[in-house]
Design a protein around this ligand. Structure first.
Ligand code: SIN
Length: 292
């Protein structure tokens, strides 16, 4: 079976046609993986509702299953299957802010695989933003300034204060330091690895300078020039690469419901990008240019 990859923008996102994830051959998976690495997020429509077992076995093609810190130590969801359930009674909708899933973990997830079964008539899109484009469009002076810096990513504010998850594993919420610029191990390209949800401070800079820089970097990663937006249809699947893309689940459909299931796949400890040693492969597609 040949797949058809239909890019949504030159920068990020592609619809993949011609695949059924319930019957995926090794060559079909190899094509899907290549599209995932090339486009940072891929979308497959009309996949039929997956059972949790089918969803898990598909996710395992990408790697070992990641368990969310809020599910650690619990029986429910400790297999890595998370129900996504937004209803009229929801107070804090998951994902309604730009983020990379659980970037506070020591080894933040590589892929997230989300299927939505029930969607609002209108609204509830998910937006994605390219962290490759965010890095590429920084000035050369800024790239030099960021070279070798690390930042603290913390789950404390989000998981304890915002979502009010209980720490059932009794281990506290993850806090880890990651390079500000990481090397994507599959594409070999540099990534500006910050997100508003979890990145708390830049290490070894004066406090105010670090805060101002971080705010600039958050705003920069959220620029419309780096984005695509997916309009869901029932039983579509989105697979995004948390190592090089942010996402934002738009909660603009209250009081309607939006229901589905999500599984994340383990990633590696972020690898630092070394400006003077690493060389990014020449891009084969149009790149974003910002107005001077
Ligand atoms: C998430 O942040 O994982 C949720 C994304 C979505 O619901 O669209």
């Amino acid at each position: 079976m040949t797949i058809e990859v239909e890019p949504l923008t030159p920068t990020i996102g592609a619809i993949v046609n011609g695949l059924n994830v319930k019957r995926l051959s090794d060559s079909g998976f190899a094509d899907l993986w290549q599209a995932f690495v090339d486009h940072s997020v891929v979308f497959l429509r009309d996949q039929g509702k997956l059972t949790p077992e089918q969803h898990l076995s598909f996710a395992k093609r990408f790697g070992e299953i990641h368990v969310h810190p809020a599910a650690r130590g619990r029986e429910v969801a400790s297999d890595g299957v998370m129900n996504m359930r937004i209803t009229r009674d929801t107070e804090v909708a998951a994902g309604n802010r730009w983020h990379s899933d659980v970037s506070c973990d020591a080894q933040p997830p590589q892929a997230t695989i989300l299927q939505l079964h029930t969607i609002p008539t209108l609204g509830g899109d998910t937006l994605f933003s390219s962290l490759y484009a965010a890095y590429e469009t920084l000035s050369e002076r800024m790239k030099v300034y960021l070279d070798g810096l690390t930042a603290l990513h913390s789950g404390e504010e989000s998981f304890r204060h915002l979502f009010k998850f209980s720490d059932s594993a009794g281990e506290g919420w993850p806090e880890n330091h990651h390079p500000l610029v990481r090397k994507h191990v599959d594409s070999g390209r540099p990534v500006l690895f910050v997100d508003r949800e979890f990145t708390r401070q830049i290490d070894n800079l004066p406090r105010e300078e670090g805060r101002a820089l971080l705010e600039f970097l958050f705003n920069h990663t959220e620029r419309v020039a780096f984005q695509c937006r997916f309009r869901w249809t029932p039983n579509a699947i989105a697979i995004w690469d948390n190592r090089c893309a942010l996402h934002h689940a738009m909660w603009d459909y209250w009081p309607s419901e939006r229901l589905g299931r999500r599984i994340t796949v383990k990633g590696e400890s972020p690898v630092v990008w070394q400006l003077t040693k690493d060389h990014a492969p020449t891009p084969e597609r149009p790149t974003v240019r910002l107005t001077k």
